[in-house]
Design a protein around this ligand. Structure first.
Ligand SMILES: Cc1cc2nc3c(=O)[nH]c(=O)nc-3n(C[C@H](O)[C@H](O)[C@H](O)COP(=O)(O)OP(=O)(O)OC[C@H]3O[C@@H](n4cnc5c(N)ncnc54)[C@H](O)[C@@H]3O)c2cc1C
Length: 591
């Protein structure tokens, strides 16, 4: 089976988990109404299901190809991209003055999940374009905005993000690409970038590269990095395309997954330097790039949700058809495997994890929106802090969930899952990168512990925990038998989060190695507690909607079967770095 965009689940999560309906109804987004939001998301779902999803296996089989610096995308991608951009999808959040729809990030989150679910290899190109638009809207000069934004928003041109170099991956302070000032106020770039997604391709007329580079007199480290815009083709004053810039794709990588997406080695300055324009201020490039990276982090989190959802759909369809063993009383023929409790466990685990991760991503997106749209300065700043706190969880928890769901989906298929023709193996391969790029999940966990936990003196985290407790209390007060022991188990998960937070808060100053050793477990614990709360919210809203009551069962499953790992994670975190230090001899052994 191919992917069906989960429009109903997405809308339910936005409305009842992330509070988007309330924000819209209260006029938080001007005269935007929910009917419009539903219509846009419905149309995106249709395009994803009908136009993009059929391309995904083709993209995997054919992959992108590079010959003499020219990159060719798989059959159908060019046409699909043209139709996608003509429909206006490149400008969902972009400002109307540049031709965009000006819609909230919550709507873009819905669309991005569906593009990725349909074809992750395709969706990476638009995701980078969205990031470039966001960075230029905020940091671009008037001239850069006038020249580039309209064409990016229309989708005529695409964007890229050039950070990584062979010696500078997680640690961007090691970036060496050089930027020299030219007499006319432009700059000349020289250097090599690796792993650049859609750095070269045949789907658009021009490619707008956003590149991190260092000026000759820049201070060392991340304080000396500037952000530049370097187009593939220079743009004439009348907006027409001029000469080819001094940037080329040297080769593309052969990868485990996302074969359709070209991952390029980009060479700048073979012929004296690529012409580039400063974005923002000299030596302040990382701040500007962070606009792009934060949007991309949420987008990558949604890739995890998307792949998990697709894996679930595929596994459920297979489990209903495949017959093995007898699930019930003796006699009769073989049962569909969906009737076996262990297979049901796998399927419901996939569904519960995906819905939880979707809820976290939607909460993050709505917080990003409220950071600019809330009606008081205080509410805007609280929302911005909440978005900052949740972004690493949205990225890392959701992409881990994507991997777990893809692996479970493959397992549900048995031996056939390991065979390429079912498509389960492609999802397993495609999903794996999401935990690595856009800041590895380990780096996200460190960000959560070192920078987000202490935000506003710990007040942001305290508010989040208080919000979780009020949902737990509501579930307890509901008296609904279908919730089972959900409130008790979720309460324990939130207690565990609070205890682990207190431990890490203390360790950060006194014993940083212990704080860092527990960071990944802490992010998981955070995701389990908040994810459980998201599902409980969905279940509470379902109490008054008979058709949605299945959501209460899902909330209970998550609370009683998955969130129960939380107290164990807290204990593991509180054991600090000592158990690792005890293994020094193991790591010192020669191979
Ligand atoms: C398919 C693909 C597409 C990509 N697209 C882009 C793109 O469009 N633009 C772009 O600029 N880059 C892109 N990247 C690069 C990607 O962002 C990097 O691979 C990623 O940031 C990790 O850097 P690295 O590979 O150098 O790993 P390293 O930084 O060498 O990390 C290796 C391991 O060490 C860990 N580690 C590193 N530092 C620390 C630390 N301080 N504390 C704890 N653990 C640490 C990491 O978590 C990881 O597990 C892409 C990569 C791939 C594979």
């Amino acid at each position: 089976m191919t992917y069906r965009a989960p429009v109903a689940d997405i809308l339910y999560s936005l409305k009842h988990v992330a509070g988007f309906a309330t924000a819209v109804d209260e006029g938080g987004f001007g005269d935007l109404d929910l009917d419009t939001v539903e219509a846009v998301i419905g149309e995106a779902g249709k395009f994803a299901t009908e136009a993009l999803a059929p391309l995904d296996p083709v993209g995997d089989r054919e992959g992108a190809h590079c010959a003499n610096g020219v990159v060719t995308t798989p059959t159908g991608f060019r046409d699909a991209y043209r139709r996608w951009s003509e429909a206006g999808w490149a400008g969902v959040t972009a400002k109307p003055e540049y031709g965009g729809m000006g819609l909230p990030h919550a709507v873009a989150a819905a669309c991005n999940e569906m593009w990725s679910g349909a074809s992750m290899g395709f969706a990476l190109c638009p995701l980078l374009g969205e990031g470039a638009i966001g960075a230029l809207e905020i940091y671009g000069s008037d001239a850069l905005r006038a020249t580039y934004l309209g064409r990016l928003v229309s989708g005529e041109w695409t964007g890229t993000m050039n950070l990584t170099e062979p010696q500078a991956g997680s640690d961007l302070s090691a970036v060496k690409t050089r930027a020299e000032r030219a007499p006319d106020g432009t700059y000349r770039l020289t250097g090599q970038k690796i792993f650049i997604t859609y750095g070269e391709h045949d789907m658009a007329d021009n490619i707008v590269h956003l590149v991190l580079a260092r000026l000759p007199d820049a201070p060392p480290g991340t304080r000396g990095i500037s952000l530049f815009l370097a187009p593939k083709f220079l743009v004439e004053p009348d907006g027409s395309l001029g000469a080819r810039n001094d940037v080329r794709c040297a080769s593309i990588e052969h990868k485990l997954g996302i074969h359709a997406s070209p991952t390029c080695v980009m060479v700048y300055g073979d012929a004296g330097g690529a012409t580039a324009y400063l974005v923002g201020e000299e030596n302040r490039g990382l701040a500007a790039m962070f606009v792009m990276m934060n949007a991309a982090r949420l987008g990558v989190g949604l890739q995890g949700v998307a792949i998990g959802e697709k894996a679930y759909q595929k596994a459920l369809a297979y489990a209903r058809e495949r017959r093995q063993g007898r699930a019930g009383a003796v006699g009769g023929g073989m049962s569909p495997i969906v009737e076996h409790p262990d297979v049901r466990r796998m399927l419901v685990t996939m569904k519960a994890l995906v819905q939880a991760a979707r809820g976290i991503c939607h909460l993050t997106a709505v917080s990003i929106d409220l950071a600019t749209h809330a009606d008081s300065a205080e509410a805007r700043s609280a929302a911005a802090e909440r978005a900052a706190l949740l972004t690493p969880v949205a990225k890392a928890f959701s992409t881990d969930v994507g991997d777990e769901a893809a692996s479970l989906g493959l397992q549900v298929h048995g031996g056939m899952g390991y065979i390429e023709e079912t498509g389960a193996a492609q999802l397993f391969r495609d999903s794996r990168i999401a935990a690595i790029y856009e800041g590895t999940n380990g780096v996200q966990a460190i960000d959560l512990v070192q920078r987000k936990l202490p935000l506003a003196g710990g007040a942001t985290l305290k508010r989040e925990i208080a919000a979780m407790r009020s949902v737990v209390a509501e579930a307890a007060a509901s008296g609904a038998a279908e919730f089972g022991a959900s409130a008790a188990r979720l309460g324990e998960a939130v207690d565990a989060l609070e205890q682990a937070s207190a431990y890490l808060g203390g360790a950060l100053g006194a014993d940083p190695a212990s704080a860092l050793a527990g960071a990944t477990s802490y992010l998981r614990l955070f995701g389990l507690a908040l994810g459980g709360v998201c599902l409980a919210k969905a279940g509470l809203a379902a109490l008054s909607q008979p058709a949605e009551r299945g959501r209460i069962g899902l909330a209970r499953f998550f609370a009683e079967k998955l969130a129960t790992a939380a107290p164990g994670l807290a204990r593991s975190i509180q054991s600090g770095v000592a158990p690792l230090d005890g293994c020094e001899a193991i790591l010192a052994e020669s191979a």
